[in-house]
Design a binder for this molecule. Structure first.
Ligand SMILES: *Cc1c(COP(=O)(O)O)cnc(C)c1O
Length: 360
């Protein structure tokens, strides 16, 4: 039901590219709806309640995008002029167009969770780093840290799963200092499926959590923010102020509920395929990626002295689309619309392109 750029194209640019399946479209077509600005959409309420329960929180609120859910989630924890700490490659600080500063008045400082250089296993949290960086109640001269944001899985870090013991250490250290934790869980589903750690365990280590249904779960639109019922009441005001008050959005929530029922466990298939792709790429260009560190559906490749744009262009000529994320960084993402045959084709094309580049 999707409209690929060319028939036979394998599109690994992102897991946001999935089109709703016929069964998902049927669920959307038959959804009960109401006006959600009046809080009268039963399907939306079902999704919000179900997501909150899964993550072990009191209440949830539906958002059109993960960026808006993150912006509101962080703003609930951080007042204008206070700061948010996050990894230097985090989505909240890098891919939300400065919204936390521009709209929320929030300042930020970053730490670096290590390199993704093809020889080390990607970006995973070392809780000691943000704990050493934070400055709660910094007084009248310095900016006070109000919250730390963690991304699980880490998108630009190569889909890495954050180690549970580091999340626990972060929770303990921040709680002691009165600093809050926001979890950007756009792909928390992938972390859960890869590790078997219950979603509620991850949820219990954070004050606010955002999750996306529009990535690997394959819904066309939608994120949910979960936290306490009091904070969700404030979040409803902020969401409307940011222009995100929706009307019969139950049509969208029905797609998300369908994804919860049918598309969570299958993420394991995406993980196996991503690992296979990483193995092919590492064999063709040694040091481009550590296959054993590819735990979920994202493969980040270091292309060494070969321009990432050249790799992406050469692969595209053979019908395999990947993203050039930086001058020497390529990203390939497996998802619902990439089956075994498609990933075989991607392995063949990408290893040919990378091996050719090494030989040249
Ligand atoms: C996709 C994504 C989001 C949300 O992005 P939207 O495009 O605004 O839905 C947030 N965090 C991470 C890590 C993501 O990958």
């Amino acid at each position: 039901m999707s409209a690929p750029p060319r028939p036979g194209t394998v599109d690994l640019r992102s897991d946001t590219l999935t089109a709703p399946t016929p069964a998902m479209r049927e669920a959307m077509a038959s959804a009960l709806v109401g006006d959600d600005v009046y809080a009268e959409d039963p399907t939306l309420h079902e999704l919000e309640e179900r997501t909150a329960a899964l993550l072990g929180h009191e209440a949830g609120l539906f958002f059109p995008t993960g960026s808006m859910a993150n912006m509101v989630g962080v703003r609930l924890l951080v007042e204008p002029g206070q700061e948010l700490l996050a990894d230097v490659l985090s989505h909240v600080l890098r891919a939300e167009l400065g919204g936390h500063g521009a709209l929320g008045g929030i300042t930020s400082r970053t730490w670096s969770d290590g390199l993704v250089d093809g020889t080390s296993p990607g970006r995973t949290l070392d809780a000691r780093v943000p704990l050493a960086l934070m400055a709660p109640d910094a007084g009248p001269h310095l900016v006070s840290t109000a919250a730390v944001a963690v991304e699980n899985t880490h998108n630009f870090g190569g889909g890495t799963v954050q180690p549970l013991e580091q999340l626990q250490a972060l929770r303990a250290g921040t709680a002691e200092a009165g600093v809050a934790v926001h979890l950007d869980g756009a792909r928390l589903w992938n972390a859960h499926v890869a590790t078997g750690v219950p979603l509620a365990v991850y949820g219990g280590l954070s004050d606010t959590v955002s999750v996306c249904f529009s990535k690997g779960l394959g819904a066309p639109v939608g994120s949910v923010l979960v936290t306490t019922a009091d904070r969700i009441a404030r979040a409803r005001v902020l969401r409307k102020r940011y222009g995100g008050g929706m009307r019969q959005a139950g049509v969208l929530a029905a797609a998300c509920l369908h994804a919860l029922d049918h598309h969570v466990d299958r993420l394991a298939e995406d993980h196996v395929r991503a690992r296979r792709l990483a193995e092919a790429c590492a064999a063709a260009m040694p040091g481009s990626v550590v296959p054993a560190a590819v735990e979920t559906n994202i493969v980040v490749l270091r292309t060494h002295d070969v321009p990432a744009a050249a790799v992406a262009a050469a692969a595209a000529r053979q019908g395999v689309l990947v993203s050039a994320l930086g001058p020497r960084v390529v990203r390939a993402v497996t998802h619902l619309d990439v089956d075994d045959a498609a990933v075989d084709r991607a392995c063949e094309v990408l290893s040919g392109v990378l091996a050719g580049a090494v030989a040249a």
